[in-house]
Ligand binder design. Sequence first.
Ligand code: SF4
Length: 376
Amino acid sequence: MAPVCIVKPAPNDWDGRSALALVAHIAERHHDTQRAELERLRELFVALDRVAPPSISFTIRTELALLEDAARAHLATTTLLFPYVVALEANERAPSLQPSDVARLLQRLHGEHERLRAIVGCVRRVTLDCLSLDTASSLLARTLDAALAGFEHGARDHADLERVVLVPRVLSLDPSVERDTTPVMLPVRRREVVSATGRHEALSVFCPSERRSFTPEWCSTCPLVREVNESSVRCTPPAIVPSRSVTLPRRTGEDLCVGEALGQHHVSVGLDVTAKAVADALGKHGDAVAVVVDETGHFAGTIDRDLAECAHAGQLAGELRQAGPCIGESAPLADAIACMVKTHQRSLPVVGADGRVLGLLVDIDALHRIVDSKRR
Ligand code: SF4
């Protein structure tokens, strides 16, 4: 991947106009319109819900609830951010927000738009399923799809305006959010995913403030990014205040996340991959263990290199896999170490919040991460 230069241009028509005018425009042109559109969508959803089969009805209701929840979350973020920007520009006493709070709000803004977009995409797919039903359902579905297309279009303009104009305005008014913060260099992890039909590489970056992995593409659009290249992401994630327990003695690795300690290369194999292909992939990277995944990318066991090399070449990963525990990427590293000690394993498969495999935590990487954190 070539280095990505992050450009945050501000369209000319907002140059020289106040932050007050900008937030008033966003609130009126986008937030008020979005509220009215959601009201209209709700009416159409209710009408479709009455005539659609129960399975589709259930999905429609769930998606509508998610859409409303995402829109509400976005308004809550801007309720904190907008008064802050306006007060800052007017040199008035701004609501007390730390630079890390502002950075977190900017990051949240970015995630909320993506979430809205993803939910609208899902609802449109469900709606299209209704086109093949009876006339009443398909007529309603067509109207609903047109309304969703309008919502999607408005949401895109809304996201662009906040990303391209509002975020740079906040960063220029409050340099402590970005320029005065020391950027960190986060490694891009590579996972070779082998299936019966071929192989591909999955790239991810663990975000310490969100405590989850993102793709480098996602990071390249994050308001807090400085640079993305093929091996690292340079950015200023908001600081996390470690939680301090007053009753329990602190364990080594308690303040670190499992995701922070994941190494650079991992191998995942599908259930239908042969022992030879597993051994080849492990040999290529010098890895000791491959994580087996099912068709949906969820954890299905592990295979160590000795087993793959000794097995009959045509035996499948589904037959060779060994059961065992896995751990979430946001769990404390101390939990992962405790689990490895208890099960006498030197590695532990790591999964994301959706249960999909992200990599393999190796004891030596966990140790390096702990030593690194003590040096800082
Ligand atoms: S890792 Fe950095 S660039 Fe990526 S989402 Fe987190 S703060 Fe943004």
